[in-house]
Design a protein. Structure first.
Length: 275
């Protein structure tokens, strides 16, 4: 077998092992990059420092990727949501709030609020890794309502977030009862006034109907080769832009449809180990 091939396969094996050990740092880095590049951070939420990677699975579609374009029909049924913690040090327990909001097209003034498509308080997590998000024991303030953006209004970004719900949780009086229909609320005001914690995990997808009569501003794609696993020292908000270790080059590895990056030094070490 060609050396490069064996090195690549060996690296892939190491990656699979790392993933099965819940070392999901690259997944964390990727979703952070997606939220920044889609301008969900800071326009919708001021910052995003997740401790788990969220998987959203629609019946008939499967697990979606961040920003995936889906049709109204594909997102009509309620999705399943699960989490893979960043690593074995992350403990996720207690009550959470699950929310889905329409952040509209890129460039939208989010201060005017978002359409609330799903809001469940008292959500719990079942299992270990992945952890299933269970809504059955919670209060479904707004039942899942599949997106139906206006014809021609462009690709709307639908964001699903899971937020820790402390014992001091106090939702606004008009959002405490079950079965309140879809309406506009203000996501970050809701998070703040309810005393919810920052999102532990989030995901988003796009839905568009008809031909857009508006052109959203261009966003940058996530360049996986520049991703760096979040570490204890580099995960603080705002530190990524000024990261001092940007000079080391990364090598992209295509794995299960998602492009992941491994530092070139890692490959160099593997080559060395093979000789
Ligand atoms: C979760 O919510 C339930 C129902 O409100 C409550 O009884 C329970 O104490 C909460 N658990 C935690 C860990 O806060
Ligand atoms: C999580 O959900 C999946 C899909 O419904 C199911 O197969 C699995 O048994 C669930 N795991 C737990 C721990 O509830
Ligand atoms: C709840 O009250 C807020 C503030 O008074 C208001 O802006 C919002 O429209 C109300 N929401 C619902 C669902 O009635
Ligand atoms: C585990 O993941 C969290 C969230 O990304 C991170 O803050 C922490 O530094 C990680 N811990 C270890 C031991 O890697």
């Amino acid at each position: 077998m060609h050396l490069a091939t064996s090195v690549a396969l060996f690296a892939l094996g190491a990656l699979v092992n790392a993933q099965s050990n819940d070392d999901n740092a690259l997944g964390i880095a990727a979703i952070e990059a997606h939220f920044s590049n889609a301008d969900l951070v800071p326009s919708l939420i001021p910052s995003f420092d997740p401790s788990a990677v969220m998987t959203v699975t629609f019946p008939g579609v499967g697990a979606i990727s961040p920003g995936q374009s889906l049709s109204k029909d594909q997102v009509a049924p309620t999705p399943q949501v699960s989490l893979v913690p960043a690593n074995s040090s992350v403990t996720l327990q207690g009550n959470y709030t699950l929310v889905m909001a329409d952040a509209d097209i890129v460039g939208t003034d989010e201060s005017v609020g978002q359409t609330r498509h799903w809001l469940v308080n008292g959500v719990t997590l079942a299992g270990t890794s992945p952890l299933n998000v269970s809504t059955s024991g919670g209060v479904a303030v707004t039942q899942y309502a599949g997106p139906a953006p206006a014809d021609g209004s462009g690709p709307h970004r639908y964001v699903i977030l899971l937020l820790p719900q402390p014992s001091t949780f106090s939702p606004p009086a008009n959002l405490t009862q079950p079965n309140i229909g879809v309406s506009v609320f203000h996501l970050t005001d809701y998070i703040t006034t309810s005393h919810l914690g920052p999102p532990v995990a989030a995901m988003y997808f796009d839905v568009q109907q008809g031909t857009a009569t508006v052109t959203p501003p261009q966003t940058s794609p996530v360049v996986s080769s520049t991703l760096k696993p979040a570490t204890a020292t580099s995960s603080s908000p705002g530190s990524s832009a000024s990261s001092s270790s940007t000079s080391s080059s990364n090598t992209a590895v295509r794995f299960g449809g998602a492009t992941l990056a491994l530092p070139a030094t890692f490959f160099a070490m593997l080559v060395y180990a093979c000789l």
